[in-house]
Design a protein around this ligand. Structure first.
Ligand SMILES: [Zn+2]
Length: 228
């Protein structure tokens, strides 16, 4: 058996030992009562940024959507195939989620490809190209305001702008806007800095990303951006 698959099976055995070898396990309750997550996360497909691992979550804690560059499309009622929007609708309308967290990260391959205008992103009829069009406002903001910065800095900035853009797109969904207005649903944008292992949260009043700490008083400004 290939080593990669063997490792997965070893992991699966440990998982079974942890969750299925004793009574009253997390799964027993989850099977009996069904899932009841309060948090929906939209993360990148990148193998390094599994939100359940970063946040040390247990089964049933997170309802997760993953796609290239953790993008949210705007609300489009065109009877087309919208995987991300369908999962959003299920989480918000069926599971009654309380928080939606956009979970971006530094060194994002999708964002890098967009900035490099890589063949996959420029190619006509490329799925990636079409998908990354959603981050065009972020790309344009970086080209306009940060053209003289290094590629690594531009990638991080573009990721930040893209999170703010997706935050706006979330509010174009009527069943999200309605719940946000009633204070029954809260929207967040977080960014995971891979190099430093730090989570930053978007402060919509100050329009900047700040390091996330559990004590609100000790939040430090990590990096200030002017997100339009
Ligand atoms: Zn990514």
């Amino acid at each position: 058996m290939p080593k990669d698959i063997e490792n997965l099976i070893l992991g699966y055995q440990q998982f079974r030992k942890r969750y299925f070898s004793h009574p009253n396990s997390d799964f027993e309750e989850l099977v009996l009562w069904g899932q009841n997550p309060k948090v929906l996360m939209i993360a990148c497909s990148d193998s390094r940024v599994d939100p359940a691992i970063v946040m040390n979550c247990r089964p049933g804690d997170l309802f997760v959507i993953r796609n290239v560059a953790n993008l949210i499309p705007p609300y489009e009622d065109d009877q087309s195939y919208h995987g991300t929007s369908a999962a959003l609708q299920f989480g918000v309308c069926n599971l009654d989620i309380r928080h939606i967290i956009l979970f971006g990260h530094t060194q994002c391959g999708g964002i890098q490809a967009l900035l490099r205008r890589s063949p996959n992103v420029c190619q006509e009829k490329s799925f990636i190209a079409k998908w990354m069009e959603l981050a065009k406002p972020a790309y344009e903001a970086v080209i306009e305001h940060h053209f003289d910065q290094s590629f690594a800095e531009q990638t991080t900035l573009c990721g930040h702008y893209s999170l703010v853009n997706s935050l706006r797109n979330l509010e174009t969904f009527p069943w999200i806007a309605e719940r946000v207005k009633k204070n029954s649903l809260f929207l967040h944008a977080w960014n995971f800095d891979l190099e430093r292992g730090i989570l930053e949260a978007y402060d919509s009043e100050e329009r900047c990303f700040k390091e996330l700490k559990n004590n609100e008083n000790s939040i430090e400004v990590c990096q200030v951006q002017t997100c339009k």
